[in-house]
Design a binder for this molecule. Structure first.
Ligand SMILES: O=C(O)CCC(=O)C(=O)O
Ligand SMILES: [Fe+2]
Length: 367
C-alpha cells in the first residue's frame, strides 16, 4: 500500500535534485539504470545548468568564467581588504549565537547559520555577504539567482577519537552541477586539511558517462552508504579509468575565496595535526531540471533560511523523543569536548527535507 502511495512521489523526484539510490527505488532501480536513467538525468541536468550559468555570466570577468568552465573552480586571493579580514575574524570569534555541530569520524564541524536575525549581530559578515562582487560570482557558479545559504563554518580536525573523516575521501556531491564556496579566514595547508579538487572532473566526458553508467548499476545492487546516498566515491582505479587529472590541494593564505562545482570530484585533504580551519561557507543547490535561474528576492532568502532553521529544530525534537540528538545538534561551545559521547540519531540523514539545502547538505556531511 505504502508503495502505491509513494510511487507518484518517486516518479516526480526523478525530475528534481533527488539523488539517493537507496531512498527512491526508481532512482535506485537496476532495470531503470541499465536502461540509462542515471546517465540521462546527468546529461539533461548538465545541459540545463550550463545554460543557467551562462544566463548569469554577465557580471563575471571573462578570465574567471574561462577557468570555471575549464577547471570547475575559481580561486581569488586577497579577496577583501586586510581590515575587513581582521574584523570578520573578530566577529567569528566573539559570535554569541546558535552553533550546530556534526561529528564525522575524528572531525567536528561547527556551523553558525547566517540568517537575517544572526546577521544583525554580525555587521561585517552582513556587509561581505551583500557585496555584489561576491553575490554575482556565487550566483553565476550556482546558476541560481536565489542567494546561497551561508554559514560561518569551523572544521576541527582530530578533535574526537574516531575513524577517518569520510569527507576526506574523494567524491562527487551529486549528479548535477552544484556550487559551494569557501572564503578562508585562516591560512590553509596540509596542517589543517586543504580543500582538494580534481581539475576538470566536473565535465562530462564519454569516459565519465561510461563510468557513471557502470556505477549506477553497481550502486542499484547495493553500495556503501555514501554512494547509496548519491555522493559517488572515487577510487584511484576509477580516476585512472576516466583519465582524470591529479587532485589539486588548495593550500592558500587566509583571505582567499574558492568557489567550486562540487559535482566534480573533491574532498577535504588530510590534516597532519589536531587543527582548525574557519571559513565563510556557502552552498547553493537547485532542481537542475528547472530551466529558470529564479529571482533574488530578500523575502524568499529569509524564508529559505527560516525553513531550514525550522527543519533543524524539528529534527532536534524528533531525536530528543528517541533519547538522542540530531546529526546537526546544538552545542554549547564552552563544552565541546564533553559532546563526544553523545547518542546521535543519524537516521535524519535519510529523511525527506523541507528545503533542498537541508537534505543535500546533511547527506553531504554524511558523505
Ligand atoms: O571541507 C572541505 O574541504 C570539503 C568538504 C566537502 O566535501 C564538501 O563540503 O562537500
Ligand atoms: Fe563534498
Amino acid at each position: 500500500m505504502k508503495r502505491v502511495l509513494l510511487t507518484p512521489v518517486w516518479v516526480i523526484q526523478i525530475f528534481t535534485q533527488s539523488k539517493s539510490f537507496t531512498s527512491n527505488p526508481l532512482i535506485g532501480s537496476r532495470l531503470a539504470n541499465r536502461s540509462g536513467l542515471h546517465v540521462a538525468r546527468i546529461v539533461v541536468a548538465h545541459l540545463i545548468m550550463g545554460l543557467r550559468m551562462r544566463m548569469l555570466a554577465g557580471g563575471v570577468a571573462s578570465e574567471l568564467r574561462k577557468t570555471w568552465y575549464r577547471d570547475g573552480f575559481m580561486v581569488i586571493e586577497n579577496f577583501l581588504e586586510p581590515e575587513q579580514v581582521a574584523a570578520l575574524r573578530q566577529e567569528a570569534e566573539n559570535a554569541d549565537t546558535e552553533v550546530r555541530e556534526c561529528i564525522q569520524g575524528d572531525t567536528l564541524t561547527h556551523r553558525i547559520q547566517l540568517d537575517k536575525a544572526t546577521l544583525r549581530g554580525l555587521p561585517c559578515f552582513n556587509a561581505v555577504l551583500n557585496e555584489p562582487r561576491l553575490q554575482s560570482l556565487l550566483k553565476f557558479a550556482a546558476g541560481k539567482r536565489v542567494r546561497p545559504i551561508a554559514y560561518i563554518q569551523t572544521i576541527k580536525n582530530g578533535f574526537v577519537d574516531g575513524p577517518k573523516d569520510p569527507q576526506k575521501n574523494l567524491h562527487s556531491d551529486t549528479f548535477h552541477p552544484t556550487m559551494k564556496s569557501w572564503y578562508f579566514l585562516d591560512n590553509v595547508d596540509e596542517r589543517n586539511g586543504p580543500f582538494t579538487f580534481v581539475p576538470g572532473s566536473h565535465r562530462l566526458s564519454l569516459a565519465r558517462l561510461k563510468w557513471e553508467y557502470k556505477k549506477s548499476i553497481e550502486i542499484s545492487a547495493g553500495a556503501d552508504r555514501y554512494s547509496g546516498n548519491g555522493s559517488l566515491r572515487l577510487t584511484e582505479a576509477d580516476a585512472a579509468e576516466m583519465g582524470l587529472n591529479a587532485p589539486k590541494a588548495f593550500s592558500v593564505p587566509a583571505n582567499t575565496l574558492v568557489v567550486a562545482n562540487t559535482h566534480g570530484f573533491h574532498c577535504r585533504g588530510e590534516a597532519s595535526s589536531k587543527s582548525t580551519r574557519t571559513e565563510l561557507w556557502t552552498i547553493s543547490r537547485d532542481n537542475p531540471f528547472n530551466p529558470s535561474p529564479g529571482l533574488d528576492l530578500p523575502w524568499f532568502d529569509d524564508l529559505q533560511n527560516r525553513a531550514l532553521a525550522h527543519w533543524r529544530r524539528h529534527l532536534d525534537k524528533r531525536a530528543a523523543a528517541k533519547g538522542s540528538v540530531s546529526s546537526w545538534h546544538l552545542v554549547d561551545l564552552r563544552n565541546t569536548i564533553a559532546n563526544t559521547d553523545l547518542n546521535i540519531d543519524d537516521t535524519d540523514v535519510n529523511s525527506n527535507a523541507a528545503v533542498d539545502e537541508t537534505q543535500g547538505d546533511r547527506i553531504e556531511n554524511a558523505a
